[in-house]
Design a binder for this molecule. Structure first.
Ligand code: FFB
Ligand code: ZN
Length: 260
């Protein structure tokens, strides 16, 4: 029931979120029940074109580590799929667990993955800035990609090698060219639903696009995420792990699939 989720949400150690979330009818993450998702033949293929030269820096913001992109022009964009407009890439980041048994935010038929990548885009056709778009129902589009334990991931390694430089909260390091499309699975299949940011302010502004296929990364690469810290230099060290929000109720929402 709604009060239990609010209580569960408010009690979760990581998110000092307010007891009641404004609106609270389209919160994320959710468990995606494959059999309840509806194939929508009108969903178009997702068109993704990222310019590696728009990559700016990688930084530890005390919740996750994020790679930020130059978003003053339409250089790294996505369109199509469930989207009415073109959205600009702002940043990508990850959520992961202390061990491989958990870590993702979304789940598929209750299956949890060790980590989840979020590529965050904003509707630059309708809004002037990311800050403005964050407050609007159609303001953001986030692509979610599950990470599973398996083969070494060549493309991810460049990120992993930069992590020691951003071990502590607020550390930042310049990151030259990086093309995040190397982190996407080749399979075009996805689910999509209307949701929210999974960290405060939890605004209900996200069109979620969750890729059906996971990418494989190896144990050493996952362990590299876990050596990051939530804490600033000089503070008592707290390992950056379990930075995922608990599952939220589906309420009156349908999850659509781009595949049969
Ligand atoms: N896990 S996720 O759902 O993909 C997610 C994506 C982006 C953000 C974010 O940008 N937060 C900082 C942030 C805000 F939360 C704002 F409300 C705002 F206006 C910002 F400019 C801003 F950077 C938080 C969660
Ligand atoms: Zn996220």
């Amino acid at each position: 029931t709604c009060c239990s989720y609010r209580l569960r949400d408010a009690l979760h150690p990581l998110w000092q979120s307010p007891l009641s979330i404004p609106g609270g009818t389209r919160q994320s993450p959710i468990d995606i029940q494959w059999r309840d998702s509806i194939f929508d033949p009108y969903l178009r293929p997702l068109k993704i074109s990222y310019d590696p030269d728009t990559c700016l820096h990688i930084w530890n913001n005390g919740y996750s580590f994020l790679v930020e992109f130059e978003d003053s022009m339409d250089k790294s964009i996505i369109m199509g799929g469930p989207l009415e407009n073109q959205y600009r890439l702002k940043q990508f980041h990850f959520h992961w667990g202390a061990i491989n048994e958990w870590g993702s935010e979304h789940t598929i038929d209750s299956r949890v993955y060790p980590a989840e990548l979020h590529l965050v885009h904003w509707n630059a056709v309708k809004y002037e800035s990311f800050e403005e778009a964050v407050m609007e129902g159609n303001g953001l589009a986030v692509i979610g990609v599950f990470l599973k334990l398996g083969a070494y991931h060549e493309g991810l390694q460049k990120l992993v090698d930069a992590l020691p430089a951003v071990k502590h909260k607020d550390e930042i390091v310049e990151f030259d060219t990086f093309d995040p499309s190397c982190l996407l699975p080749s399979c075009p299949d996805y689910w999509t639903y209307a949701g929210s940011l999974t960290t405060p302010p939890l605004t209900e502004s996200v069109t979620w696009i969750i890729k059906k296929k996971a990418i494989e990364v190896d144990e050493n690469q996952l362990e590299a995420f876990r050596m990051l810290l939530f804490t600033s230099p000089g503070e008592e060290e707290k390992r950056m792990v379990d930075n995922f929000r608990p599952l939220q109720p589906l309420m009156n929402r349908t999850v659509r699939s781009s595949f049969q």
